[in-house]
Each structure stands twice: as structure tokens, then as C-alpha cells.
Ligand binder design. Structure first.
Ligand SMILES: *[C@@H]1O[C@H](CO)[C@@H](O)[C@H](O)[C@H]1NC(C)=O
Ligand SMILES: *[C@@H]1O[C@H](CO)[C@@H](O)[C@H](O)[C@H]1NC(C)=O
Ligand SMILES: *[C@@H]1O[C@H](CO)[C@@H](O)[C@H](O)[C@H]1NC(C)=O
Ligand SMILES: *[C@@H]1O[C@H](CO)[C@@H](O)[C@H](O)[C@H]1NC(C)=O
Ligand SMILES: *[C@@H]1O[C@H](CO)[C@@H](O)[C@H](O)[C@H]1NC(C)=O
Ligand SMILES: *[C@@H]1O[C@H](CO)[C@@H](O)[C@H](O)[C@H]1NC(C)=O
Ligand SMILES: *[C@@H]1O[C@H](CO)[C@@H](O)[C@H](O)[C@H]1NC(C)=O
Ligand SMILES: *[C@@H]1O[C@H](CO)[C@@H](O)[C@H](O)[C@H]1NC(C)=O
Ligand SMILES: *[C@@H]1O[C@H](CO)[C@@H](O)[C@H](O)[C@H]1NC(C)=O
Ligand SMILES: *[C@@H]1O[C@H](CO)[C@@H](O)[C@H](O)[C@H]1NC(C)=O
Ligand SMILES: *[C@@H]1O[C@H](CO)[C@@H](O)[C@H](O)[C@H]1NC(C)=O
Ligand SMILES: *[C@@H]1O[C@H](CO)[C@@H](O)[C@H](O)[C@H]1NC(C)=O
Length: 662
């Protein structure tokens, strides 16, 4: 008898460990406690969706043996679309996943908890895995108590939304360690932004394939059959990136910081359409391509190569660079996150052929043409009179400017801050600035359509500086010389962010004269508070010149002239109220024809009349017909323009109103 008992016991025991525990379909009911060990034959799978395209699994990525996760996998592609305990992995095969009336927990085999669902409103009566890949806890009335779609990790799938205020974060290594990495995709009321340690490197709104549909606050990021969307609260698209139609998309923020969207021909298929969306695209567009402190440059073969800044050597322990020897200052600068590529003065000399080709000069210094090692052309701005600003302050500003990407803003590609040298390296715009095309008789005349494109492009660029950047950036020197064109019809604003470079802010940026006479808002001269509306004023002046094709003022005035003028106008009481000017967002809408153009206020025209007064002109009082011009310009942008956007400017302006050769 004892032997029989022993045999029975052994049989029983044998049976107990060898029998595969059941793989549940769609529903599981509390109370259940399971481990990977119980589900060896099914590779840890304990639950599957009704359509069998998704599985609940005790998941062990790669070949390592010490990190087990509770994950939902998309079966055909074996992608972990959600993970419960990414920062608290289970250490071994005996660790437990428990479903109780209080919720779902993950813990050690001794019962200590590593992860759990939050406190729920009522008791759980079922766990359900939907055909969409969403894992839900339901109460006795089938109300949803909790769902995995609300707690995304690094992945978003078709029919899942990433709500404003929430984010995806990369895994340290998606093939072995799912803990949270340093890259994030945040959904903000205005955009979706990729960032690394707080500095952004891609924005949905700026992607080359992104299209803006309407001007509503963003409520969520989502993907459906036709693409990737930023949605307003009523579900209509604010921005969209269209993709080849596919019934299933997986949006994943990779361990490398790139956002990828794979499109599949069916939800039960691993066959993906070849057109994979990737952001950012460029080999050097990621903050850490070359490791900490490394410099990335594009080689001719379209791949990237890495190097170290001067006084740094490649690190043996990690990728990236470490100081060659202890040297205080330089390191400060290098540690400022988000700085664009750094060049030595020697390198800049090589790039520009010893500053051979001067292509312009402006308020901040001279500009030279150059060519980077990857053969791309650049404009190198040598900042003069910047000695007052320390290297660290300079670099802090450059880090801000270097992270601003918008199709209507000139891109900063690098900088040099060595001893007293301060240089900025920008992308090259080969049709030069708008003033040449507008005022120089030798250049090809701008058509109305081109002028309209310039006006809208510039307005969008300024609007972005004012409302798309944190902190908000005031340009302070909007004028045709700072609006650049290239052969492909791009319109870009230069010199943004530089107003803060010349002197530290505390020395009174806002009381010192900046900008250029002829475009300066009256409040500059009156020493009144400067705001975004000062740029609006300058833009208005540029718009007027775009319409007229000639300068608002015939001659540049001296500082002396400005002070006389400001005295002559007798103080701020004469001036227009800046707050009455529309903001740049409204100006864009007016130019695009989606907003009514406001009626100009008669009293604000007074200050404009003063503006037209020429210094030292005696034969005439020099007043330009600015009121007439304003009346005319009011007609630009209204329904009359949008009713015929192909011709651009309103038809009442004849070709005779264009200046230049005929
Ligand atoms: C909820 O579950 C807890 C723990 O199992 C149990 O003590 C309690 O009675 C349940 N409450 C209800 C309303 O069923
Ligand atoms: C997404 O939702 C729609 C509508 O409910 C459904 O027809 C479609 O099958 C879902 N797609 C996936 C991949 O779950
Ligand atoms: C909850 O859903 C299940 C499965 O669809 C169904 O059988 C059950 O009757 C539902 N319970 C209630 C209270 O609706
Ligand atoms: C995807 O969503 C957008 C925005 O809501 C919508 O306009 C579009 O029609 C949707 N596409 C499909 C195929 O449902
Ligand atoms: C959402 O609201 C906007 C503005 O009111 C409207 O143009 C759009 O048609 C609405 N979309 C839906 C899907 O209701
Ligand atoms: C996917 O589903 C479709 C219809 O639901 C079926 O015809 C097809 O065979 C399935 N493909 C695979 C690979 O299971
Ligand atoms: C360079 O690489 C990018 C990203 O991989 C790609 O989009 C682009 O087409 C490539 N350009 C050339 C000239 O191969
Ligand atoms: C501008 O560059 C394009 C090619 O990038 C070239 O075809 C064109 O001739 C250039 N235009 C001028 C004015 O240099
Ligand atoms: C711009 O002005 C309009 C109309 O006054 C207002 O509705 C909008 O909120 C303003 N936008 C910004 C970014 O200030
Ligand atoms: C200035 O000139 C304008 C236009 O020629 C004329 O209407 C106006 O009366 C003049 N004002 C003064 C103060 O002379
Ligand atoms: C603008 O268009 C409206 C409606 O077509 C018309 O009534 C108005 O006279 C037009 N204004 C000008 C200046 O042409
Ligand atoms: C728009 O302007 C173009 C070019 O001036 C002209 O040919 C066309 O007839 C206009 N269309 C309308 C609807 O007025």
C-alpha cells in the first residue's frame, strides 16, 4: 500500500508539472496565479484574443534569462505592443502573474509584488483581451475598470490613441531590456514632439510629409488605415501624415530614438508594406548617433561618420567621447544639451576658404559662403561685437536656436565658439534675400504668386517663433534682408533668436535699440515694452513693401535721426496700441483667407504717417501715401484673394503696380 501511494504520488506530481496549463481565449476570471514555468510549451502564452492575433505572455525578450515581463504581443510580428512591468522585470521563471478581484499583479515567487494595476473602483470579474490588442479589466457589469491602451509603453497600434499629456518612451533595448530609455514622444496641445533628456529633435508639425488641416488644439495622436494623425477633441485631424492604406499599423519609438510606422497588409499578417515611415530620417538627426559628446557628419555615401570635438578622444568604455585630459571651460559648453555640430575656427576657415566669398552683411556681422565636408553649401555668419557674451551664454542661446526646426526658418547646422570667435553656420539659400528680388533692378522680378508665397511663408515662420516655441522667441529684426529664398521656392527667415546674442538680457535688450529703422515698431523708439506685436508691426512694413515693390523709406536713418524723430512725435501718447495689432497666428489665417481681415483703426494710422516722414527733406513733407497703401493692403488676404489663390494677389493690382524693369 505505501508503494502504491508513492506511485500515485509520483504519478500525480508528474502529472501536475507536465500537464500544460490551459491557454485561455479572450477571457480569464479571477482568481488565477501563473508563471512562465507553467506555460513552457506555449512559450509563456497564457491568453489569446479571439482572432488569435494578440497574446498575453510572460515574455522573455532575446536570449537573456533574468528579465521576464507581462506583455501583450502582436503574434504575426512578435512585437511586444504593451508591457506591464517594464521597469520591474520578474527575475526568474517561477515569478508570478496574479489575477485577483483587486486587479492584476506581477511579483516574485514568494508573493512580493513588483507591479500592480492601480486601485480600482470595484472588484474585477474578468480579464479580457480584445481583438485590437487591448487588455481590459471588467467589473461584474462589464464596465471597463482599467485598460492597457491607456498606459502605452513604446508602441501604439491601429485603434489606440495617445492622449494629449501622455507619452511613449523608448525601451533601453527592445530585444533584451524593456526598461524605460531616454527618448520620448510627447503629445502636447500643439504638436507631437520627440525629445531626448528634455531637448527636442523632431516635431510632427515640421515633418516634411506632415500636412496641417485646421487650427484646433491637439487632443490625441492616433493611427488608422490611412496614416498618422494629430486629432482634435471631436476626432477630426489637426495634422496628418498620410501613408499607404493598410488595415494595421504599428507605431513604435525605437531604442535608437527613431519613430517608425510599419504598415501591414492584414492584422493577421507579418507582411509589411515596403514604405516604412521613419522620423527623423537623417543619419545625423538623432541626438546620440555618435554617443555622448560625439560629433556626427554625413559622408558622401549617405552614411554617418563620427568624430570627437577638439580635446576629446573616443571613449573606450562607451560609444562617444571623453575629455583627453582635465580641462574645465570647454566641457561646460559641450555639456549643454541640444547644441548643433561644433566646429573649430580652423575648420570654419577651411569651410569658407579663409572667408573668401562674402555674400552679405547685416546687423550681426558678415556672411560668407562655405562648403561642408559632405559638399553641402552653407552660409557662415561671423558675429561681430559679441565679445561681451561669454561662451557658455552664447552656447545656451545656440542650443535653443539649433533646436528650432520649421520649413520657414533657416536651419542652423553648426557653430564655432573659440576664444573670441563667434560663428554660426546656416543652410545655404541660393536665391539670396527678398530685398534683392524686390528692390534691385537687375534681379528677376517677383511675381504676385511668389510675393504671396513669401508673405505667407514669413508669416508662418514668425507665428511659429511666437507660438510654437518654448520659450517664445521674438525676432526683433524682421525685414526683407532677413527673408531668404532658394531656387526651389522655399521661403525662410534668417537671424531669429539672435536678438539675445549681442548683449546679455539684463543689460536691457528691451530698452536698447535693435532692429532696423523702417521696420521698427513705435514702441521700440518709445522705450516701451516690446512684445510679439512688435514683430507683427515689422511684418506689416514688409508686407507693404512686398505689395509696393519699393522701400517704404528712401534712405536709412541714423540713430540721431531716430531720436529726433521720437522727440518730434512727442512721446508714447501718439503711438498705436500694440495689443490692437492681430497676433501672428491671426495674420497667417488672414493671409490664408480663413479669417476675416480686421478693419484698420483710423487712429493707429497717425503713427504710420509720422513714420513716413523723411529726415531733412524740405521741398516736400515726405509723407508717403501710407493710408492709401493700407487701404489697398487690407484687400490682400480677404476672400478676394482666396477666391483665386492661383493668381495670388488681388486682381485690382495691375502689373503697373510692380516695380522693376518692364
Ligand atoms: C471584493 O473582493 C474582495 C477581495 O476578494 C472581497 O473581500 C470583497 O468582498 C469583494 N467585494 C465585493 C463587493 O464583491
Ligand atoms: C479598428 O476599429 C475598426 C472599427 O471598430 C475595426 O473595423 C477594425 O477592424 C479595427 N482594426 C484593428 C486592427 O483592430
Ligand atoms: C458581460 O459580457 C459577457 C461576454 O460578452 C456576457 O456573457 C455577459 O452576460 C455580460 N454581462 C453583463 C452583466 O452584461
Ligand atoms: C483616419 O482618421 C482621419 C482623421 O480622423 C479620417 O479623416 C480618415 O478618414 C480616417 N481614415 C480611415 C480610412 O478611416
Ligand atoms: C470638428 O470641429 C471642426 C470645427 O468645429 C469641424 O470643422 C469639423 O468638421 C469637426 N469634425 C467632426 C468629425 O465633427
Ligand atoms: C488572415 O485572415 C484572413 C481572413 O480573416 C484569412 O483568409 C487568412 O488566411 C489569414 N492569414 C493568415 C496568415 O492567417
Ligand atoms: C539618404 O538616407 C535617407 C535616410 O535613410 C534617405 O531618405 C535618402 O533618400 C538617402 N539619400 C540618398 C541620396 O541616398
Ligand atoms: C541654386 O541651386 C540649384 C541646385 O541646388 C541650381 O540648379 C541653381 O542653378 C542654383 N541657383 C543659383 C541662382 O545659384
Ligand atoms: C491670436 O488671436 C486670436 C484672436 O484674437 C486668438 O483667438 C488666439 O488665441 C490668439 N493666438 C495666440 C497664439 O495668441
Ligand atoms: C503733407 O503732404 C501731403 C501729401 O502731399 C499733404 O496732403 C499734407 O497736407 C501735407 N502736410 C503738411 C503738414 O504739409
Ligand atoms: C471683394 O469681393 C467681394 C465679394 O466678391 C466684393 O463685394 C468686394 O467688392 C471685393 N473687394 C474688392 C476690393 O475687390
Ligand atoms: C484666377 O486667376 C487666373 C490668373 O490671373 C485666371 O486665369 C483665372 O481665370 C482666375 N480664376 C478665377 C476663378 O477668377
Amino acid at each position: 500500500m505505501p508503494l502504491l501511494f508513492l506511485i500515485l504520488l509520483l504519478l500525480f506530481h508528474f502529472h501536475g508539472t507536465s500537464a500544460e496549463a490551459p491557454v485561455y481565449t479572450e477571457y480569464m476570471y479571477p482568481t488565477i496565479s501563473l508563471s512562465e514555468l507553467l506555460y513552457t510549451k506555449s512559450d509563456g502564452t497564457f491568453l489569446q484574443s479571439r482572432n488569435r492575433n494578440f497574446q498575453g505572455q510572460v515574455y522573455k525578450p532575446g536570449t537573456q534569462q533574468t528579465r521576464y515581463y507581462l506583455s501583450i504581443l502582436h503574434v504575426p510580428t512578435q512585437t511586444a505592443i504593451w508591457t506591464a512591468n517594464r521597469n520591474s522585470p520578474m527575475p526568474d521563471r517561477e515569478s508570478r502573474v496574479n489575477l485577483t478581484p483587486l486587479g492584476l499583479t506581477v511579483g516574485y515567487s514568494n508573493g512580493d509584488v513588483l507591479w500592480s494595476t492601480p486601485t480600482l473602483k470595484s472588484n474585477v470579474s474578468a480579464l479580457r483581451l480584445l481583438d485590437t490588442g487591448n487588455l481590459m479589466l471588467l467589473d461584474v457589469e462589464n464596465n471597463t475598470l482599467w485598460q492597457s491602451f491607456d498606459y502605452p509603453t513604446d508602441t501604439l497600434v491601429t485603434n489606440q490613441s495617445l492622449l494629449e499629456g501622455s507619452y511613449l518612451s523608448s525601451s533601453v533595448a527592445s530585444d533584451s531590456d524593456l526598461s524605460q530609455g531616454d527618448y520620448r514622444l510627447d503629445v502636447t496641445p500643439a504638436d507631437a514632439v520627440l525629445s531626448w533628456m528634455g531637448s527636442s529633435y523632431w516635431r510632427f508639425s515640421n515633418d516634411l510629409s506632415s500636412v496641417k488641416n485646421q487650427d484646433y488644439p491637439v487632443d490625441a495622436l492616433a493611427t488608422n488605415d490611412s496614416g498618422l494623425y494629430l486629432l482634435a477633441s471631436n476626432g477630426s485631424a489637426v495634422f496628418q501624415i498620410l501613408m499607404p492604406t493598410a488595415p494595421f499599423h504599428i507605431v513604435q519609438l525605437g531604442s535608437d530614438g527613431r519613430l517608425k510606422v510599419n504598415s501591414y497588409i492584414a492584422v493577421n499578417s507579418s507582411t509589411s508594406l515596403s514604405n516604412v515611415f521613419v522620423a527623423p530620417r537623417g543619419a545625423c538627426d538623432l541626438p546620440l548617433t555618435c554617443g555622448p559628446l560625439g560629433l556626427c557628419s554625413l559622408s558622401a555615401s549617405n552614411s554617418s561618420s563620427c568624430s570627437c570635438p577638439p580635446q576629446f578622444v573616443s571613449s573606450v568604455q562607451s560609444s562617444g567621447c571623453t575629455p583627453a585630459r582635465e580641462s574645465g571651460d570647454d566641457i561646460d559648453e559641450i555639456l549643454i544639451p541640444g547644441l548643433p555640430q561644433r566646429f573649430t575656427f580652423q575648420q570654419v576657415e577651411e569651410i569658407t576658404g579663409n572667408f573668401r566669398t562674402n555674400i552679405g552683411s547685416g546687423g550681426f556681422g558678415s556672411v560668407y559662403k562655405g562648403e561642408l565636408p559632405d559638399k553641402s553649401e552653407v552660409a557662415v555668419k561671423k558675429i561681430e561685437g559679441a565679445g561681451v557674451q561669454g561662451r557658455k551664454e552664447f552656447c545656451t542661446e545656440i542650443a535653443v536656436i539649433g533646436n528650432i526646426h520649421h520649413v520657414n526658418l533657416v536651419r542652423l547646422r553648426g557653430y564655432c565658439a573659440q576664444s573670441s570667435h563667434r560663428l554660426l553656420i546656416y543652410e545655404y539659400m541660393n536665391r539670396s534675400s527678398v530685398d534683392r528680388s524686390l528692390f534691385r533692378l537687375t534681379e528677376k522680378l517677383l511675381s504676385w504668386t511668389e510675393r504671396m508665397n513669401v508673405a505667407i511663408g514669413v508669416a508662418r515662420g514668425i507665428a511659429y517663433l511666437h507660438s510654437g516655441c518654448r520659450p517664445k522667441i521674438l525676432h526683433c529684426d524682421i525685414k526683407p534682408e532677413n527673408i531668404l529664398l532658394d531656387d526651389e521656392g522655399h521661403v525662410k527667415i534668417a537671424d531669429f533668436g539672435l536678438a539675445k546674442l549681442l548683449t546679455p538680457e539684463q543689460s536691457g535688450l528691451f530698452t536698447t535699440m535693435r532692429g532696423t529703422r523702417g521696420y521698427l515698431a513705435p514702441e521700440w523708439i518709445m522705450n516701451a515694452a516690446i512684445s510679439d506685436r512688435s514683430d507683427v508691426y515689422s511684418f506689416g512694413m514688409v508686407l507693404l513693401e512686398l505689395v509696393r515693390g519699393r522701400k517704404n523709406r528712401g534712405e536709412p536713418a541714423s540713430v540721431d535721426g531716430q531720436s529726433k524723430w521720437s522727440t518730434a512725435t512727442g512721446g508714447s501718447s501718439v503711438m498705436g496700441e500694440p495689443a490692437l495689432r492681430p497676433n501672428m497666428t491671426s495674420v497667417v489665417a488672414m493671409l490664408e483667407g480663413t479669417m476675416e481681415v480686421w478693419e484698420p483703426r483710423v487712429e493707429s494710422l497717425g503713427s504710420l504717417r509720422m513714420y513716413g516722414r523723411r529726415k531733412g527733406s524740405s521741398s516736400s513733407n515726405g509723407t508717403i501715401d501710407i493710408e492709401d497703401e493700407l487701404k489697398m493692403s487690407k484687400n490682400i488676404g480677404g476672400s478676394n484673394v482666396t477666391s483665386n489663390t492661383t493668381s495670388g494677389w488681388p486682381s485690382f493690382m495691375s502689373e503697373n503696380d510692380l516695380s522693376g524693369p518692364r
